[in-house]
Ligand binder design. Structure first.
Ligand code: BJW
Ligand code: ZN
Length: 270
């Protein structure tokens, strides 16, 4: 296994189709706390405690309070150079006629990849393939806890009492954040799209994830099994490091610009 940034840049240069698979670490330099590891605490709750359907049925106000606190925190954060380097590579690829040559698959619910893309596009129309595949949903969408009703919502959710919590306009039951909790299935279409992208790339850049939460953590293995080169970017070794061809230990906000700036995948390469 190589650990050099130069080796990683060479691997990127040689790639025609790239998947960038990200976790909480890519947003750490934007000020969004990670889930695990040092500094990885969301207001002293472990994700397993509150990010599950039982916690919501037991105490929806506590769960909503936690999410509203996170929504407020994340809304004040901005994309960092790591998100921007990825979005700018997507825009360069699209300008060369390959809008799907750099696919972003994220476990993050913070919407920062989408914001970076929209900033990089500066109002220009874009192909839907450029949008991030958000495996675990979004903090800024709500969904009914019972029926299929869903809605985007950035405005604050009132959590002062159970009676004040948002209700579904269709069936009257409680609304909840449109995120995937432990024990819940990922949206099949979303997971299928991620599998297809991972299985058809020739380079999988794995950034800022501890790679312990399934089924997401298996996607780089899908890419590796299909013959892709796996490049990991993290502060420290992870569960995935043993299968990485190249590991770069450093902050994503510095490493991704070094790997991606000025580069666009050449459809003839890879
Ligand atoms: C930096 C950095 C910098 C920091 N630069 N790097 C197979 C085996 C075992 C268990 C299971 C299995 N299949 C399913 C399960 C159960 C479960 C699971 O995986 N449990 C494991 C914890 C053991 N999975 C599920 O329940 C999933 N559902 C499912 O499989 O359904 C089918 C089923 C149901 C029932 C039974 C069996 C099957 C759903 C999982 C949903 C996860 N949801 C969360 C919460 C989302 C909503 C919310 O945010 O509130 O998703 S949990 C949380 O973890 C969140 C994240 O997306 C996810 C991954 O975390 P991530 O991104 O890796 O963050 P960290 O903090 O762990 O790591 C940060 C990394 O960044 C670190 O490595 C740092 O070093 C690094 N870093 N700064 C670069 N500047
Ligand atoms: Zn409903």
């Amino acid at each position: 296994m190589e650990t050099s940034i130069l080796e990683a840049r060479e691997a990127v240069e040689a790639a025609g189709r790239v998947v960038v698979f990200t976790g909480a670490g890519i947003s750490a330099e934007s000020g969004v706390p990670t889930f695990r590891g040092s500094g990885g605490l969301w207001r002293s709750f472990r994700p397993e405690q509150l990010a599950n359907p039982m916690a919501f049925s037991r105490d929806p106000r506590l769960v909503w309070e936690w999410y509203q606190w996170r929504r407020t925190l994340v809304r004040e954060c901005a994309p960092n150079p790591g998100h921007r380097a990825v979005a700018e590579a997507q825009v360069r690829a699209a300008a060369q006629g390959s809008p799907d040559a750099v696919r972003v698959i994220t476990q993050n619910v913070d919407g920062l990849h989408a914001r970076a893309l929209s900033e990089a596009l500066a109002g220009k129309a874009h192909d839907p393939a450029m949008e991030p595949i958000e495996l675990h949903g979004s903090l800024f969408r709500l969904t009914c806890s019972v029926c299929d009703y869903g809605q985007p919502r950035r405005a604050a959710v009132e959590t002062s009492s159970r009676a004040a919590l948002p209700r579904c306009p269709e069936c009257g039951k409680l609304m909840r954040p449109a995120v995937v909790w432990f024990g819940e299935m990922l949206e099949p279409d979303v997971l299928d799209e991620a599998h297809a992208a991972a299985g058809s790339c020739d380079l999988c850049l794995v950034v800022g994830t501890s790679a312990v939460v399934e089924p997401a953590a298996s996607l780089p293995r899908v890419a590796a099994a299909a013959g892709a080169t796996v490049v990991e970017v993290n502060l420290e070794p992870t569960a995935l490091t043993p299968i990485a061809d190249i590991a770069v230990f450093g902050p994503a906000g510095e490493t991704l610009p070094a790997l991606l700036d000025g580069w666009a995948p050449d459809p003839a390469v890879g």
